[in-house]
Design a protein around this ligand. Structure first.
Ligand code: CP
Length: 306
């Protein structure tokens, strides 16, 4: 079965094939979709809130001719609320559908699900762990915007501890040559040691700092993130980290003319709406790319897991 559980599973060759497939999916969407997975069913099982991931996966499945079942708030409206284990829920859903897309509150939940599933499991975010399909669409966006990933300077800014997208994006970028990563965060939400250890093992250059201003003029990509209020142990810890990095017109004026600003979204004040119409503000283009990447992933999972 072709599961997508974490971003470390992707090597460069597979990434290039996936990006090529995503590019082809842009053409499929432009032609109004096709029926290649007619009769197939995707379960959308989200124990945490989502707009982009759930709806772009659902859109992707419809574009491929398939059907979608699921629950918007699985914590409340699935039998998890009656005490059913995640494993039993997955065993049951495996009999109802051909692929499961799951977001859960706990790190490692997707791996637990895959261990008992009879169909592919695609991790749509596991707590503060990983968000591999987001990182794939981020990588696809960077490649589309610059025509390459090798050699780029990328600043990841904000909540690097609880923000799962930056963990997965680091693992994707570790496949490329001569990238330089700046991890820019408040002291209480630094990039975790396990991510740094992986980057060290892969020989990727990175620098940790609290100072966005010192690199703003040199970077190619500013990857801004939301401070994940819901994951902090206390409101005091959250307040120490919030409001420190805001991308606004003044900051953008000090960035390169060919740089881009990305954000997995949703934003909560850390990107000013005043920059939305600047061509360097690429976060809405980035969100659209989620449909193409997820079409490519669903196509691969459904084709390889027959
Ligand atoms: N980027 C992202 O995961 O957004 P949602 O939480 O809306 O799915």
């Amino acid at each position: 079965l072709y599961h997508v559980l974490g971003a470390k599973q992707f090597g460069r060759d597979e990434l290039e094939r996936l990006f090529e497939s995503s590019h082809e999916m842009e053409g499929v969407v432009a032609r109004g979709g096709d029926r290649r997975h007619q009769g197939k069913i995707m379960t959308s099982l989200f124990f945490e809130a989502s707009t982009r991931t759930r709806l772009s996966f659902e859109s992707a499945m419809h574009r491929l001719g398939g059907n979608v079942i699921g629950t918007e708030n699985a914590s409340q409206f699935s039998s998890a609320i009656k005490g059913e284990t995640l494993e039993d829920t997955i065993r049951i859903i495996s009999g109802y559908s051909d692929v499961i897309v799951m977001r859960h509150t706990e790190i490692g939940a997707a791996k637990r699900a895959a261990a008992v599933a009879n169909v592919p499991v695609l991790n749509a975010g596991d707590g503060a762990g990983e968000h591999p399909t987001q990182a794939l669409l981020d990588g696809y966006t960077i490649r589309k915007e610059f025509g390459k990933i090798d050699g780029l300077k990328i600043a990841m800014v904000g909540d690097l501890a609880y923000g799962r997208t930056v963990h997965s994006l680091s693992y994707i970028l570790a496949n490329y040559q001569d990238v330089m990563i700046y991890y820019i965060s408040p002291d209480n939400v630094k990039i975790p040691a396990n991510v740094k250890k992986y980057m060290d093992e892969k020989g990727i250059r990175y620098q940790e700092t609290t100072d966005l201003d010192s690199v703003a003029g040199t970077i190619d990509v500013l990857y801004q993130t939301r401070i994940q209020k819901e994951r902090f142990p206390s409101i005091e810890e959250y307040e120490k980290a919030s409001g420190l990095y805001i991308v606004d017109g003044e900051l953008l004026s000090r960035m390169r003319k060919d740089a881009i600003v990305l954000h997995p979204l949703p934003r909560a004040g850390e990107i000013s709406e005043e920059i939305d119409n600047d061509p360097r503000a690429a976060y809405f283009r980035q969100a659209v790319n989620g449909v193409y990447i997820r079409m490519a992933l669903l196509d691969k999972a459904l084709s390889e897991s027959k």
